[in-house]
Design a protein around this ligand. Sequence first.
Ligand code: Z5A
Length: 212
Amino acid sequence: MNKGLFITVEGAEGVGKSTNIAFIRDALESKGLEVIVTREPGGTEMAEEIREVLLRNRDENVAESAELLLMFAARAQHIESLIKPALLQGKWVISDRFTDATYAYQGGGRGVDSNKIGILEDFVQGEFRPDKTILLDAPVEIGMARAHKRGELDRFENEKLAFFEKVRNVYLERVEAEPKRFELIDASKSLEEVQVQLKDVLEVIVDGIVNR
Ligand code: Z5A
């Protein structure tokens, strides 16, 4: 089967995912690869509607289980109607966040039992997992300062420092648990330095696939 590669980009808010995904796309396209960039929650018309529901600030308290199920509802639609068809056509799919974000935000941030997340992961994804995950990591204060420069904050961005510390810790635990899948990037450095690290990582990934 001529299958593309599924790469996810993760990190707490403001670490530079959106900025660097553009760089990753350009780097891969310059190697002649066909690349699709997408994001979670979102990526399809219906999943983007669910994103809007999830991110909107509201007076009503959002139940943890409602938030969790909506994340996976959006993901189910995203996988079936966008990610898998693109991979089957041999395209490389780069997603700004995926299920590691659920472990980090709903699991770490909100305190949802990771076993419950695992059950939904298996139900929605079966054995489908990212081939590679790039974690942009920086101290929480740095990411929050970068993100807060942008102005109006959504329902997640309005969370406090302690919430994002827990998010970051879960991400780092997941790198330790799955060192082969993850590539850890020090995102506290200047953009130029971050992109030097990314270039090296992408070289290794592409070489590994082209020579497989
Ligand atoms: N969420 C969840 O809870 N559970 C899930 O399962 C999933 C998601 C999938 C939306 O995600 C929210 O959904 C997210 C978690 C939740 N909320 N939070 N927080 P999102 O990815 O769309 O939102 P985000 O994390 O808030 O992304 P972001 O704030 O846009 O961050 P970013 O994409 O990582 O950063 P950026 O926009 O590229 O950069 C931020 C600023 O920093 C910008 O001005 C850049 O020019 C600047 N920047 C970037 N890199 C550098 C360096 N190296 N030096 C200096 N300045 C820099």
